[in-house]
Design a protein around this ligand. Sequence first.
Ligand SMILES: [Zn+2]
Length: 172
Amino acid sequence: MSAPVTFTCSCCGQVYDEMPLCFGGQYPDYYFDVPPDEREARIELSESLCVIDDHYFHRGRITIPIIDYEEDLTFNVWTTISKANFELRSELWDDPKRIEQQPYFGWLQTLVPTYGSTLNLKTIAHESEVGYIPAIKVTDDHQLRYDQEHGITFQEALNKVQQILKEWHKGG
Ligand SMILES: [Zn+2]
């Protein structure tokens, strides 16, 4: 199947250059537990790392293979990470050998759209090459894990994308 030239949102007709297949949360869910007027003092946030009080988070990517399409569906998510592993990751940030590290355990901190309740699922994060965020694998028994392992069809991906855009476009 070849990619359509443009992609049109089924809810509102908005036209995209291509079908959006990468979605993500900007902050770990815990961020929203911190009152807005305390965020500056309590939260240290960079593009892919976050510290809130003494809680550590990092950003990674969940990939759902699309069986009959040339691209995958991806979600950029946040998970918790232990302080020791956070420090290790920071230390190895620019080290090409970091891909040899054992995976890091974490609790999922992003509500992955169309997958119901995904907060605090168990995950492991595999380091990627320098310049890329880690690959997150869900290890709890959940649809998200099933789809990661087995993939979904293009039609299922399309349904998810339309559902996600509909939520966004209604401002939900
Ligand atoms: Zn729309």
